[in-house]
Design a protein around this ligand. Structure first.
Ligand code: HEC
Ligand code: HEC
Ligand code: HEC
Length: 434
């Protein structure tokens, strides 16, 4: 049995835990309308790779048939979209059809962007054509093997799954709610990660009428959590202010952004105006819970902290938690919110899909950068230090302690994610747009 050193660690960590909170002001929204729309749509996160010219494409994206690469959308005449008229651009954005007539894979979230209004589309086109420097970077061919790389079946896909109607304000809802719906369902394409996909990669719902919309989904070995009002696994206990704080700064008293959500905060939501963030929060707060079994709100149970304090490590994973995690997330699982996230009562810890939890413990997380300032704290990676079984046990422990109630995790589930993921790098993932 390993020796337990955590109290020493815990004491050593105290001074740094007491650090004064850093300011949490987020970046101001850009003054240029088109640039702001590009922020709302987070085009840069997919159409750029760190170190290369902004919007010159080249990001590898996994699809069920094989990897594809995002394209160059700078105004370069040879390799970008320099020859696109507004009508060509509008058709690509709403119908997923490129200028030369080929169909785009729905990895480009055109079924969401179709909801954009005319004014925003014009402003976005103006920004990409005039403010973004042209960069000559050739598009990479997809790695989808023949015959599946034929694009004509995407026309049928569009016919069955896509809907190119613009957002229509709902009568009986106020202006803020409608603005929030426009942003969440449309430009923000939140459903591209947070809505489960069917066997044809179609999102199972693109708006409020669909019960599966934003109910949470695994994508790229992260689980984008449930954004509906389910009380434990969703946002049922979050106030509107909790939501605005999370979207603006990546932090609140329930948790901290990690995984693919980091790029959303870093490159998009932090730039949104207060009015737009509030509108999105008010819309999200109106989505009813979708999971029937999620009842009985979280109640903090002091038994876990008492057992750890008494050095009782009989619970599965308790010893690993005590040795590796307690210095930051503490005996009572409360962390030091909003800088070191709590694990007790945090919706992500009880997510029915454990992939996010396994992934963050294996690989750590990339830094949130708000207003140019990288987060002081970072979740370490345990890929080398802990075995699959130890990680499975630690995750099982946090899912079943302090009042959290969620299913056990197996070593096999950890092994699977270990194989297909890499440690989060130390690079700061913040992308220039000009
Ligand atoms: C989730 C990732 C993602 C986001 C976000 C995204 N795109 Fe795309 N986009 C893609 C992919 C992938 C393709 C290429 C699809 C293909 O090759 O079939 C693409 C293709 C395009 C094309 C067609 C270009 C061509 O070469 O024919 C345009 C135009 C475009 N995107 C514009 C935008 C704009 C503007 C935004 C922001 C409002 C945006 N995209 C956001 C993934 C994304
Ligand atoms: C050095 C401090 C530190 C240690 C030790 C640590 N964590 Fe974390 N953990 C963090 C920080 C900071 C985050 C927030 C994500 C980020 O910014 O990297 C986090 C995030 C998490 C999350 C996601 C929760 C959320 O809402 O962001 C889980 C789950 C988690 N840690 C579990 C663990 C487990 C299990 C261990 C032990 C095996 C552990 N952590 C050890 C600092 C730590
Ligand atoms: C590229 C994928 C992706 C996109 C796009 C995305 N998210 Fe997320 N989101 C995630 C992942 C993964 C998590 C889980 C990790 C975490 O809690 O940060 C998450 C977590 C969240 C959480 C925290 C939930 C919780 O229980 O802790 C909120 C709130 C959220 N997203 C809101 C949004 C909104 C609003 C949008 C659209 C503007 C959006 N997300 C777009 C991937 C995404």
């Amino acid at each position: 049995m390993k020796t337990v050193k955590f109290f020493g660690l815990f004491l050593a960590a105290l001074p740094f835990l007491g650090l004064a909170p850093r300011p949490t002001l987020a970046a101001d929204p850009p003054a240029d309308r088109g640039e702001y729309v590009a922020r709302l749509g987070n085009c840069v996160a997919c159409h750029s790779i760190p170190g290369a010219a902004p919007f010159s494409g080249g990001l590898k994206m996994a699809t069920p048939l094989g990897a594809i690469y995002t394209t160059n959308i700078t105004p370069d005449l040879k390799t970008g979209i320099g020859t696109y008229t507004f009508a060509d651009f509008d058709r690509a954005m709403r119908l997923g059809v490129a200028k030369d007539g080929h169909y785009l894979y729905p990895a480009m979230p055109y079924p969401s962007y179709a909801k954009m209004n005319e004014e925003d589309m014009q402003a976005l086109y103006g920004f990409l054509m005039k403010a973004v420097p042209a960069a000559e970077v050739a598009n990479k061919p997809s790695e989808i093997p023949s015959p599946w790389n034929a694009r004509w079946p995407l026309a049928i896909w569009n016919f069955v799954f896509a809907n190119d109607e613009r957002y229509e304000p709902e009568a009986g809802r106020d202006a803020a709610w409608n603005r929030g719906a426009y942003l969440v369902e449309g430009l923000g394409h939140c459903g591209a990660c947070h809505t489960p996909r069917g066997f044809m990669f179609n999102e199972k719902g693109y708006g409020t009428d669909d019960g599966q919309f934003l109910i949470g989904a695994p994508l790229d070995n992260w689980s984008a959590s449930n954004l509906r009002q389910d009380v434990n696994t969703g946002l049922g206990r979050w106030t509107q202010e909790d939501l605005t704080s999370f979207l603006k700064t990546g932090h609140n008293k329930f948790g901290t952004a990690f995984g693919t959500m980091t790029e959303v905060i870093n490159n998009s939501t932090q730039y949104m105006s207060d009015a737009d963030i509030t509108a999105m929060a008010s819309y999200l707060k109106s989505l009813p819970g979708g999971r029937e079994k999620d009842t009985g709100s979280f109640v903090y149970d002091p038994a876990t902290a008492k057992a750890l304090q008494a050095r009782d490590y009989s619970a599965t994973g308790a010893l690993t938690y005590a040795q590796q995690c307690v210095s930051c997330h503490l005996l009572d699982g409360a962390g030091h919110a909003p800088y070191l996230p709590p694990l007790a009562g945090n919706p992500v810890t009880v997510d029915p899909s454990p992939v996010s939890l396994i992934n963050i413990v294996l690989n750590g997380s990339q830094r949130i950068v708000v207003d140019g300032m990288p987060d002081a704290y970072k979740m370490p990676q345990y890929r080398v230090l802990l075995s699959d079984q130890e990680i499975a046990d630690a995750v099982t422990f946090i899912r079943s302690s302090w009042g959290n109630k969620s299913a056990k995790i197996t070593a096999a589930a950890v092994a699977e994610i270990r194989k297909v993921t890499d440690p989060a790098g130390d690079q700061i993932n913040i992308l220039r747009m000009k």
